[in-house]
Design a protein around this ligand. Structure first.
Ligand code: AMP
Ligand code: GLY
Length: 433
């Protein structure tokens, strides 16, 4: 099969890397890709929302299957555009319809979906600027801290967790007043859940599903989970506290009702579902749905799948997932993201990255994989071009050992203002058997 992966981050590099290992993979393309994907695939010019460029690439390269990395094109209806186009309707496509993508595109839609299908989540109510008084009353009925979410996509920044009622009321007014643009026209206010988070990943064809390895993400910029929220500074899989008993609850209480709920609602969903969960005293609650894989969780998760991902993706797109079995490695994965100093606020770009002999290490045999996120080529040199620059993954048994291997590898990569978190995995040591 000829495969097109849409996207340009570490997540897409990791997905492409895994697809490349499949015997079914003939030609592999990424749009737009990055210098990391260029090592294993052909990068094509074009953006993930550029339907004309995507269509041209699919037809020119006889693409059999399209795999969408980020949520944006899905929320914008890329799958529906394929379905409506006679030249593209038969191309296999991994990613939900526009309605399915509302699970991520609208928090209010996701909350209604969960309450309709009895899926455990924080209790909530949604408000617009016409019902500020009621919103204030609802806030007064909750315990601190308060969770306020802009309904729409806000580049991962649309959640505020004020500590006091006063701050919460002020934040509510700022959100409804346009702090996140139109995404905040509706604000979801919900109960604060206490617990520890884990990311669960599902591949579904709308009827059956495969559960991918779970992972823990490290969201804050600073050691000890301090400081500003980022896209993710590291990931670990498996997650010790997500043991068999917990994962059984996740499957019964969340995954099955989610997949069945989509079918019952008549929503065409063939793709990934990323369920952000809170483990509250051993019981799972959904924090959010995403209609894509997580980043950097994917850079850990893909390295633990021993079965043929492309075969799974083909089955998803054809609606024939019932025969597929996923095989997950006993070995764990630990990923550390190297970022540009200053991220997630302003940072410099265009710094040359040295250590290139290591930068191509992503063969299957290598225990170290380096996935490119924010890199580009400038005058023949590899340079930094984003906040998150590279994701370094090590596979092995045990977090302690993996940490001993990954950090010396990171030392070999050099660029101006390199920063990374030195504590990835430490909080999970106590859960290891
Ligand atoms: P979201 O964009 O919905 O993933 O929210 C961003 C982050 O806010 C999550 O990863 C959680 O750490 C936190 N968060 C969201 N909702 C809640 C909640 N109901 N209780 C506690 N923390 C939450
Ligand atoms: N790492 C969290 C996310 O991709 O949303």
């Amino acid at each position: 099969m000829n495969v097109l992966v849409l996207g340009s981050g570490g997540r897409e590099h990791a997905i492409a890397w895994k697809i490349k290992q499949s015997e079914k993979c003939e030609k592999l393309f990424c749009m737009p890709g990055n210098p990391g994907t260029a090592l294993i695939a052909t990068n094509l010019a074009g953006g993930v929302n550029d339907f004309d460029a995507i269509k041209g690439a699919v037809l020119d390269n006889a693409i059999d299957i399209v795999v969408v990395g980020p949520e944006d094109p899905l929320v914008n209806g890329l799958r529906d555009k394929f379905a409506a186009d006679s030249q593209l309707a038969n191309v296999l496509f991994v990613g939900p319809s526009q309605r399915g993508a509302m699970l991520e595109g609208s928090k209010d839609f996701a909350k209604e979906f969960m309450s309709r299908h009895g899926i455990p989540t924080a209790s909530y109510r949604s408000f617009t600027s016409t019902d500020i008084d009621q919103a204030d009353k609802f806030l007064e009925s909750l315990q601190a801290p308060y969770v306020l979410k802009a309904d729409g996509l806000a580049a991962g920044k649309g959640v505020l967790i004020p500590e006091t009622l006063e701050e919460a009321k002020a934040s509510l007014r700022e959100m409804l007043g346009g702090m996140f643009g139109a995404a905040g026209n509706t604000v979801v206010i919900e109960e604060f859940l206490r617990g520890i988070e884990v990311s669960v990943f599902v591949l579904t064809d709308g009827k059956d599903y495969l559960i991918l390895p779970e992972a823990k993400d490290y969201k804050r910029i600073g050691v000890g989970d301090k400081g500003l929220n980022t896209g993710g500074m590291g990931a670990v899989s498996p997650v010790g506290f997500a043991d068999a008993q917990f994962m059984e609850k996740v499957e019964e209480r969340i995954i099955k009702p989610t997949v069945n709920g989509l079918a019952a609602d008549g929503i065409d969903y063939k793709g990934f579902i990323f369920i952000g969960l809170m483990n509250c005293n051993g019981d799972p609650y959904v924090i959010e749905y995403n209609v894509r894989m997580g980043d950097p969780e994917t850079e850990a998760v893909m390295t633990r799948i021993d079965s043929d991902l492309l075969s799974h993706l083909e089955a998803v797109a054809k609606g024939e997932l019932s025969g597929e079995k996923i095989v997950i490695s006993e070995e764990g994965a630990l990923t550390v993201v190297c970022v540009s100093g200053g991220y997630p606020q302003s940072y410099g770009k265009g710094y040359e990255i040295f250590g290139s002999e290591y930068l191509e290490r992503s063969s299957v045999e290598d225990k170290i994989k380096i996935f490119h996120a924010g890199t580009s080529m400038k005058e023949g040199k590899l340079v930094t071009s984003g906040g998150r620059v590279l994701a370094v993954t090590v596979n092995g048994k045990g977090i302690e050992k993996s940490r001993e291997v990954v950090y010396p590898e990171i030392d070999k990569i050099m660029y101006t203002n390199k920063y990374y978190r030195s504590d990835i995995g430490l909080d999970l040591l106590k859960y290891e058997k």
